[in-house]
Design a protein around this ligand. Structure first.
Ligand code: IMP
Length: 493
């Protein structure tokens, strides 16, 4: 006889958090969202904000990974690409030095102004270092800007005749603050940085630097490089992928499998743990047994969630899955018992079904240390999906699930070409603008929730939050009711 659990499972949407006592120094600006991503040796990789962009083709490319790490989270590069492509993206994120640019367009002294004009028209760039050979990493001999020539009379004149040669520069500067100080002293918006031998190394634009200095929460490693994660599948050929990603500097590996309670998964985790110290995140699981299995296999953090992704059809086609509230409660309890027994803390990642600040807060209160989101991040300009116009004329972003025909990520679902069926759909989500404009407000909302709950940290939220399940009518009251929202263009008569 099959075992039947008679208590229904619950979604994150069914819970609300009750207020706790908030002292004067416990208001939102005093709340810290620093949290543990995964174990690393005897310590943890920590993030200043609890956000992970999902390992999905539509979501995480280099742009998203860099932007989210600058805002204190981390991007996880998807597995559905070649090993070389995925490693190249890891390298791009790790090489990114906010404010320092190493690849802007340079000119050679004997180019004609007519060529420069066409470069300006094509790229919109207006400031160009001039090097002896025209190649970036060469001796700097001048700077040309769009103000240095007459665009009608000078067309056949050479760059060398119009460039400024009294260039002010920095030498061997690695620290952004030092570059900033020098730019302020020189009153410049642009600063080339040279080696002792006069070779151009990097350039700094004041506008980029200001942007960087506005992000004090960046996720960085010991060498001050941005953090980045990458997904691998459980298939044997991905042992090579794991090794390549590690040698290219990935900070954490995520096993991308819809069901993490499998022998394949344990084999992959053990393989990685045997060959490297790079942390590995296992998943996905939704039960106590699944959690213990992954921890016993050596996982450094565990992803929780099955069948609840926004475009996921797993529950419809396979009837497997569980409400995310219940999954987190059960796994959270299991983690608590494990910590008591072993003294070890395994961070939990709530993965899927989180699309707004209320669900984020509830997931964190139910034990999640971080939040992995696809749909939520797909909406930003920086996501990997393209912008498109829908039939109603609205600007939207493509969003397709990893189990969809389009993604063809069969290894995530232990499928082959012959037995492939979809576990997710392709669609689109509204475009909401840049992550840099919108995520800071979401961070404020989370801080405010913690403050109302009487908690100053996510750790306190785990131990002290009081949540309550809501009846269907209480949930109706918890949303806008009995009022019609006013459009901005409506007028009072
Ligand atoms: P979302 O944030 O609700 O859109 O969920 C994103 C999460 O759904 C991902 O991080 C995956 O764990 C999961 N997921 C991605 N693609 C599929 C799919 O095709 N079917 C089921 N789950 C998926």
């Amino acid at each position: 006889m099959a075992k039947v659990l008679q208590t229904p499972s619950h979604s994150l949407k069914e819970f609300r958090i009750l207020p706790g006592y908030t002292a004067n120094d416990g208001n939102a600006p005093n709340v810290q969202l620093t949290t543990r991503l995964c174990q690393k040796r005897e310590q943890f990789i920590e993030l200043n904000t609890p956000f992970l962009s999902a390992a999905m083709q539509a979501v995480t490319g280099v742009d998203m990974a860099i932007s989210l790490a600058q805002l204190g989270g981390i991007g996880i590069l998807p597995v559905s690409q070649t090993i070389d492509e995925q490693c190249a993206k890891v390298v791009q994120v790790k090489r990114f030095k906010a404010g320092f640019q190493t690849d802007i367009m340079t000119l050679s002294p004997n180019q004609r102004i007519s060529e420069v004009l066409s470069i300006i028209q094509k790229t919109g760039y207006t400031t160009f270092p001039v090097t002896q050979s025209g190649i970036f990493h060469d001796k700097l001999i001048g700077i040309l800007t769009d103000k240095d020539f007459d665009e009608r009379r000078d067309l056949s004149v050479q760059v060398s005749e119009r460039m400024k040669t009294d260039v002010q520069f920095g030498t061997e500067i690695n620290e952004l603050r030092a570059a900033n100080d020098l730019m302020i002293k020189l009153g410049r918006g642009f600063l080339p940085i040279l080696s002792e031998e006069g070779i151009l190394q990097t350039v700094v634009f004041k506008k980029d630097l200001d942007k960087h200095l506005r992000h004090p929460n960046e996720s960085i490693d010991e060498q001050k490089r941005l953090l980045v994660g990458a997904a691998i599948s459980t298939h044997a050929e991905d042992k090579e992928r794991a090794q390549e990603l590690i040698s290219n500097g990935v900070d954490v590996l995520f096993i991308d499998a819809s069901d993490g309670h499998t022998e394949y998964q344990a084999e992959m985790i053990k393989f990685i743990k045997k060959h490297s110290e790079t942390p590995v995140v296992g998943g996905n699981i939704i039960t106590h047994e699944g959690f213990r299995f992954l921890v016993d296999s050596g996982a450094d953090a565990v992803k929780v969630g099955m069948g609840i992704g926004s475009g996921c059809t797993t529950q419809e086609v396979k009837a497997t899955g569980r409400g995310q509230g219940t999954s987190l409660m059960e796994v959270g309890k299991s983690r608590q018992n494990f910590t008591k027994e072993s003294g070890r803390y395994i961070p939990l990642i709530a993965d899927g079904g989180i699309s707004g600040p209320a669900e984020m807060s509830v997931a964190l209160a139910l034990g999640a240390d971080t939040l992995m989101m696809g749909n939520f991040f797909a909406r930003y300009t920086e996501s990997h999906g393209s912008l498109m116009r829908n039939a109603a004329g609205e600007i939207v972003k493509e969003y397709w699930m990893e189990g969809s025909m389009r993604a063809h990520n069969m290894r995530r679902y232990a499928q082959t070409k012959e037995n492939f069926f979809e576990e997710g759909i392709s669609g689109y989500v509204p475009h909401v603008g840049s992550i840099f404009d919108k995520l800071p407000m979401i961070i404020q909302m989370l801080r405010a929730t913690l403050a109302t709950a009487g908690c100053k940290t996510i750790e306190e939220l785990h131990s002290d939050a009081v949540l309550e399940m809501q009846s269907p009518s209480a949930l109706l009251d918890s949303k806008i009711h009995d009022i019609i929202p006013m459009n901005i263009d409506q007028q009072v008569l």
